[in-house]
Design a protein around this ligand. Sequence first.
Ligand code: 13P
Length: 252
Amino acid sequence: MAREPFLAGNWKMYKTGDEAVKFIEELKPLIRGLDDRRTALAAPATALRQAAEAAAGSGLIVGAQNLHWAQEGAYTGEISASMIKAAGATMVILGHSERRQFFGDDDALVAKKLAAALAAGLLPVVCLGENLAEREAGRAFEVLAAQLQGSLAGATPEAVAGLVLAYEPVWAIGTGRTATAEQAQQAHEFLRGRLAELFGRPAAEATRILYGGSVKPDNAKSLMERPDIDGVLVGGASLKADSFAKIVRYDA
Ligand code: 13P
């Protein structure tokens, strides 16, 4: 079964609501007519409503970059899955390495956040990836296996089939140092194999696995050609509409 290509941008802590609208208005004509793939943007919480309104009717998916696992409560500074939905967004990134590194998001917390996202009907994009020391010590796959099992703990095979996974080696994020397409393919193939062991082969074959880490217009195509790379999660190169559009049109 063919998995639909999934091209996603992660704006991180960039763009106000007005800047998001300007970007989306610029992007829409550049990606019009591409019905064989999904395009998504993860915006800052304060830009979600405007981004969702600008994207309405275009097929462009708008998502958040994090959530709190509770529905509501005394959690100053946090936002819940239902608040994200109410703002018009339909996706959420979970467990990004910057959350894991700077904000204490560990696998157990990611699993709780995943349950909240699924309960609310948001499309989760669950991120994982080894750091440089782990790769150099030959422990990359061991780390990935643990992160996968921990972050997806409690999810059903049906949920796993529908969600998006993002392999983002920490050493390739914002460094200009992309994993080679072959390194990424090996990690994706490993992850799909582990998914099959944990959730069954049909679920594993359906899960879309994205690669993230210094994806640019000139390397997107070679990554996308690999059998287990179903899409990309783009940081820096998603901040300008023309460069993001080139990535979305990787095969043009
Ligand atoms: P860069 O594309 O800037 O390396 O960021 C990747 C990333 O973290 C996407 O989530």
